[in-house]
Design a protein around this ligand. Sequence first.
Ligand code: BGC
Length: 379
Amino acid sequence: MNALATGAGRFPAPLLGCLLSLAIVAPGVALGDVKGLSKMDFGKTKDGEAVELYTLKNGRIVVKVATYGATIVSIEAPDRDGKVDDVTLGFDTLEGYLGEHPYFGATVGRVANRIAKGKFTLDGEDYTLAVNNPPNALHGGLKGFNRVVWKARPFESPEGPAVEMTYTSPDGEEGYPGNLTVAVTFTVTADDELKIDYKATTDKATPLNLSNHTYFNLGGKTDASILDHELTLVASHYTPVDDTLIPTGEIVPVGGTPLDFTKPVAIGARIAKMTGDPGGYDHNFVLDGKPGALATVYDPRTGRVVEMKTTEPGVQFYSGNFLDGSNVGRGGVAYKKHHGMCLEAQHFPDSIHHPNFPNAVLRPGETYTQTTSYRFSTR
Ligand code: BGC
């Protein structure tokens, strides 16, 4: 299985990108000569920090990414009749993102998913995190990477328009050890793919698990849930959890369970069997690590398809079980239970307490890397 760090060198810093980031740009205008890239002001945080919104266009898709939370604000993709719509849950304004919401589109860190009881020991030292999802720590804490303003560097990559977002998380932030420098690059390719490349380095050993928390509804701005979307996961095992969603440590075959998505199945077909409160799917699947798409979602109504590839060992498939209508998003749609679904490529939840899971600790001198992509098409 994948190791966390590759030990690869430092980030490439293409000269072109540096020059472009120096270009003076007005809100909403194209950035220099980079085809398919523009930027606008997205408002200010409550602390007065300016937030930018980048638009990346290539092939048939348009992706908007905000520097607040390095958040994917929208992904517009055509249906089988060519009708373009946003296929993610989110808001039109920064205010929506500044308010309470369950990580719509956000970059999640320092540790995505749960750490049992918000405590861990690393290299003999004990660390305590905020228990923001009682009785556990979730998604990086009270002010995780989803709630900070990242620094953006737009550039033209050989694959298409791109924006690199960087953030340095200071030693002790949210209880985690080490100054951690993170770069997340969003690229939109001519092949209708959104590619997300992550890199990180630290000066002290730290748990690390980065992910993106986009909720998809391939129906577009609709009242329909994702229960009729068909899902395929190239995952013959999953990690069972206790009733606080912490893995038991076992790695169990999906065969014969409602978690078997090795062949395409409607998400709603067996969801009633996923009992408990709130029920539904909220599980880490162990990816079989084969080349090609590791997760595929197809919406039979619109024909839209999204295929996910990743270098990560797992994916948290979350069927939007906690959505309760309290967030009213784009198009005035109230996001109710199962209105959106997430495919969060990541290391396994609570890895720090499970030596049998792939390593999720980054050490000084190592470089964390991850590439996860979502490709859009129709059938
Ligand atoms: C978790 C869910 C949680 C959601 C929003 C998902 O990654 O697995 O349990 O409710 O994020 O926080």
